[in-house]
Design a protein around this ligand. Structure first.
Ligand code: SF4
Ligand code: SF4
Length: 539
């Protein structure tokens, strides 16, 4: 990992002074620590994407293909014709500046090119030159500029400094979605083989084995069985989940982060306990073993290819509907794109909870229900026996993950669940939660160690709001419903607010659940004492 500044030094280094140079004249900083490592050629070849020999963004010459200008022009043209939103977003910005200070990367870095309006301008200026009469005739007077290898470098730098969180779009009077502009910018770069490895390696693994890490079916089964052993040790209850079982009522799909990385693994244990408790007829799949979809950060075509396995596996297994775990971008893909990309899934039924009878009409087209909705419905209908005091050592706040919050409007259900399983819940300030939530700083494939400085800067506004409730209420646990958050927030908290831990909400559900026939619990799902007195005695 590249060394980064200490928190106080980083905070004091942020400079919002307007630079004297014109933005077009400032080259991107592509020194080590300021860029994501490029994709290994084998991953691009595996996916059949334009491949490029090994290179480094720090190189002077990126050895672009001879016809790179034509590739970009034709790619841009094709996308303008295909995506009406892109065409509109290129034309309608009035440069009012309402979005300028809303991006967490601008707040944390002070770099003007991290203002959403200017990030979009990186693409828009080329659009004007290539596709508008005014730009062709008047050039820079009309805000147009010719594409050059330096502009390509600038795109690579700044489209990988946007986490596609969409916070800026909430404040734009025209609803311009800079995340979509970033997505298009990344698609164009991909046409030249310019991708980052932290995204493309999981994509290649996912395409090959069904999940980001390339976990084979037998290994995945053993991981889940390992969690079941832990649950038995804590509760005395033996859980026997099924895998690839044809005829199950429900297929459960969750991000693979819940299989292999703490604290996601505790969230996974919470799901397994919940399903056992209510006697759910479900199966896991060792093929559709990844809810996450890094295709979203690559191109629409790759996103579609990876998403296809969800419906394909539901069809093969003959389930009635799909239940999905706690994830962020997984739900952006499901909620906004899946139905039109790979649907309609007419072979599935409109989801209906077999426990409460509630019909989830909001999922009538995708046939896929979010676990937070499912559990909130169980709690509302008194179907769970809960002892929230088992979470009393936690003072909890909730981080609205960008995609469930802004991508699907899932705002109240996670809070309802949390208030059902915890006695101490505190909200962060109003302008940092719900639709206005701040990104973790590592979304959209930026959760990679070589850009730790950028991630800590981008995560500063989120961490600052957590610090506020930590100082005011003693909050010591940050709950979230996103696998990337469960990976990205722990180092962010360690850096800015080390007193605060991170959890998925179903870990807290698992702690609070009073299961029939369970032994007296002495520890939580992390094998840590249930209450503070016991923890202190142990120390
Ligand atoms: S989508 Fe998020 S990261 Fe990207 S420019 Fe807008 S606020 Fe910044
Ligand atoms: S808020 Fe919208 S219209 Fe105003 S500068 Fe930003 S993108 Fe352009």
């Amino acid at each position: 990992m590249v060394d980064i500044l200490k928190p106080e030094e980083m905070f004091n280094s942020i400079d919002y002074t307007s630079p004297s140079d014109r933005w077009e004249d400032v080259p991107p900083d592509l020194t080590l620590g300021n860029f994501c490592y490029p994709t290994k050629k084998k991953n691009l070849e595996y996916l059949g994407l334009p491949a490029k020999d090994e290179w480094s963004p720090a190189d002077d010459d990126w050895h672009l293909p001879d016809n790179w200008e034509e590739i970009i022009h034709e790619g841009f043209k094709e996308r303008l014709e295909k995506y009406r939103s892109l065409k509109v977003f290129m034309d309608i910005c009035v440069r009012c500046g309402a979005c300028a200070d809303k991006c967490h990367f601008f707040i944390g870095s002070g770099d003007p090119k991290n203002m959403p309006v200017l990030r979009a301008e990186l693409l828009r200026s080329v659009y004007r030159k290539d596709f508008t009469t005014a730009g062709k005739i008047l050039g820079s007077i009309a805000g147009a500029r010719k594409i050059t290898p330096l502009v390509i470098k600038e795109w690579f730098s700044y489209f990988y400094q946007c986490s596609e969180c969409r916070r800026c779009s909430v404040y734009c009077p025209y609803g311009i979605d800079t995340a979509e502009i970033t997505m298009m910018g990344r698609e164009l770069l991909s046409l030249l083989g310019l991708n980052i490895n932290w995204i493309l390696e999981p994509v290649a693994n996912c395409f090959r084995t069904g999940n980001h890490l390339g976990i084979q079916p037998h290994a995945l089964k053993e991981m889940i069985e390992f969690f079941c052993d832990d649950i038995e040790e804590i509760t005395g209850i033996k859980i026997n989940p099924s895998f690839n079982r044809k005829g199950a009522e429900i297929l459960f799909i969750t991000p693979s982060g819940d299989f292999f990385a703490d604290p996601g693994t505790y969230t996974m244990m919470g799901y397994l306990m919940l399903f056992e408790h209510i006697g759910l007829d479900y199966t896991l799949s060792t093929y559709a073993s990844e809810g996450g979809n890094f295709g979203l950060f690559t191109s629409s075509e790759v996103m579609k290819r990876l998403n296809g396995k969800m419906f394909a596996e539901a069809k093969r297994l003959g389930v009635k509907w799909i239940l999905g775990g706690e994830c962020g971008h997984m739900w952006r893909v499901i909620n906004q794109y899946m139905d039109t990309m790979n649907g309609p899934a007419d072979f599935l039924e409109i989801p209906k909870s077999p426990i409460t009878g509630t019909r989830f009409d909001n999922a009538a087209s995708t046939k896929m229900v979010h676990i937070a909705e499912f559990t909130a419905d169980l709690i509302k209908n008194n179907k769970l026996k809960l002892d929230p005091s088992r979470n009393d050592k936690f003072k909890v706040t909730f981080h609205d993950s960008c995609n469930p919050a802004r991508g699907m409007g899932l705002l109240d259900e996670p809070r309802y669940v949390l208030k059902g399983v915890c006695n101490h819940f505190y909200e962060m300030p109003e302008n940092t939660i719900r639709e206005q939530t701040f990104c973790c700083g590592s979304g959209s494939g930026l959760n990679t160690e070589e850009i730790m400085d950028l991630r800590m800067r981008g995560g500063l506004p989120r961490a600052n709001a957590v610090k506020h409730v930590h100082d005011k209420h003693g909050v010591n646990m940050l709950a979230c419903i996103c696998a990337i958050d469960r990976a990205a927030l722990p180092p962010l908290m360690d850096y800015w607010v080390p007193e605060v831990g991170v959890t998925g909400i179903h870990e807290l559900v698992g702690n609070a659940l009073v299961m029939e026939g369970e032994i007296e619990r002495t520890t939580d799902l992390r094998f840590e004492p249930l209450n503070e007195e016991e923890a202190q005695t142990d120390e």
